[in-house]
Design a binder for this molecule. Structure first.
Ligand code: FAD
Length: 389
């Protein structure tokens, strides 16, 4: 009697974030093959909006002119090919977990079914600070009334090139960056270096509210503030509320600005508003320590798209990478019906903050260090991540 062929299980990887890049690389290296991940028993596909992904850690370095776009891009399509993973260039717009379905938008709308889904689609910039009544018109194509969100990075790249083109034509150019986290401070220093390289009259302002870099140790905060002063960056300790007719509005002021960039934290992507997966805190997929959805056991989520319900884990690239490594093992364990592991974040994580020129500050728990050597260390770590095979 002929043997009945078992149809392969379908593993769908949504998004090409840090975690899925790590998973693909492990497949290429054969590290997951030996445990049975790769092979005919599993049909793996990856959906991503673009064939390349921009590495956020090197984006400020690109803005400041240290790197080319190629230096900071990871070729996902080629990586998928090498890992024998089907690449689908689409954007997911719907996850219906009750029926194991993902819908996409792109040149043609696809509806894909899965046995196991892994979400690593990142998050969107939190634009809720904008007073939508008079300032934020997404449909308005005139650049001066649009605040530029840092995410998606692929769109930001184009906006930054436009800013540079405008700044080259102007005798004076005013740019504001709104945000109070590490990313905002890196961006503001990179922008100041780039704009002042064009014309010393150009000026970048950081609009950061009352608390800059909250959560980091005070010594690190002081070091960063000194670097902001060294670059003559204006710091406005007020909350921005809107941008209208070329003016950034704060509670007490109206600041003339040619462009405004928002690096104001993250909220869940728009598609999370209509999913049946359980979400928390503005649209993040609620996961347990195994990076598994708390509402649907065959859905895993990792990185900025997810929030742990059992403990406070910051949204960061570091946790996307380390959580992703555990999640990849758990995907396999789930398929083989074996025990899964918990992702246990280390107490301290190393954060390296670049200061526009070839200078950087390191933070690790209560310790901090700075100098050119730290910048080269950051470059080494970043390049190792981007160029890894
Ligand atoms: C300027 C800057 C500097 C930063 N520096 C650091 C740092 O030094 N260290 C650190 O730990 N963190 C840093 N961060 C934070 C870090 O970027 C994020 O926490 C990290 O990128 C999250 O990784 P992720 O894997 O969740 O998703 P992401 O890296 O955001 O990747 C998500 C991917 O999914 C794709 N995608 C999104 N939506 C869809 C969709 N609907 N359908 C299909 N594909 C989709 C995207 O195109 C992207 O490729 C920085 C952030 C910024 C803005």
């Amino acid at each position: 009697m002929p043997m009945k062929q078992l149809s392969p299980k379908k593993l769908l990887l949504a998004g090409a974030g840090h975690a899925h890049i790590g998973l693909l690389r492990r497949l290429v290296a054969g590290q997951l093959e030996s445990t049975g991940f790769k092979g005919t028993a599993i049909d793996i596909a990856l959906i991503s909006e673009q064939p390349q992904t921009i590495y956020s850690g090197m984006l400020p370095g690109w803005m400041a002119g240290h790197y080319s776009l190629d230096d900071i891009s990871i070729d996902i399509k080629t990586l998928c090919m090498r890992a024998s993973v089907r690449f689908i260039e689409q954007s997911i717009v719907q996850v219906d977990a009750a029926s194991n379905m993902v819908a996409t938008t792109g040149d043609e709308r696809l509806v894909l079914d899965y046995d196991l889904l892994s979400l690593n689609t990142g998050a969107e910039t939190d634009m809720r600070w904008l007073d939508k009544r008079d300032s934020y018109a997404k449909t308005d194509t005139h650049a001066s009334t649009d605040v530029i969100a840092i995410r998606p990075l692929s769109e930001f790249i184009t906006h930054w090139q436009q800013i540079l083109a405008e700044a080259r034509q102007a005798s004076q150019y005013q740019l504001a960056i709104v945000g109070a986290g590490a990313a905002a401070t890196e961006l503001v220093m990179a922008a100041q270096v780039a704009l002042q390289h064009i014309n010393l009259n150009h000026q970048v302002t950081l609009v950061c509210g009352e608390h800059l870099l909250s959560g980091f140790n005070p010594r690190f905060q002081q070091r960063v503030i000194r670097q902001l002063h060294r670059h003559d960056i204006k710091i406005v300790h007020e909350r921005a509320t809107g941008y209208h007719d070329g003016h950034l509005l704060t509670a007490h002021d109206t600041l003339p600005m040619d462009a405004v960039i928002a690096a104001t934290g993250v909220v869940g992507s728009a598609w999370t508003a209509a999913t049946d997966l359980q979400t928390v805190n503005n649209g993040f997929i609620a996961v347990n320590a195994k990076q598994q959805s708390v509402s649907h056991s065959n859905v895993f989520a990792v990185g900025d798209v997810a929030t742990r319900v059992d403990k406070d884990v910051a949204h960061s690239g570091v946790h996307a990478v380390h959580g992703g490594a555990i999640e990849a093992d758990n995907l396999l364990a789930y398929l083989k019906d074996e025990p899964m592991q918990d992702y246990k974040p280390k107490k301290n994580t190393l954060y390296l903050l670049s200061c526009g020129d070839k200078y950087a500050i390191a933070s690790w728990g209560a310790l901090s260090l700075q100098g050119r050597g730290i910048w080269y260390l950051k470059r080494y770590i970043d390049q190792r991540f981007v160029k890894a095979k």
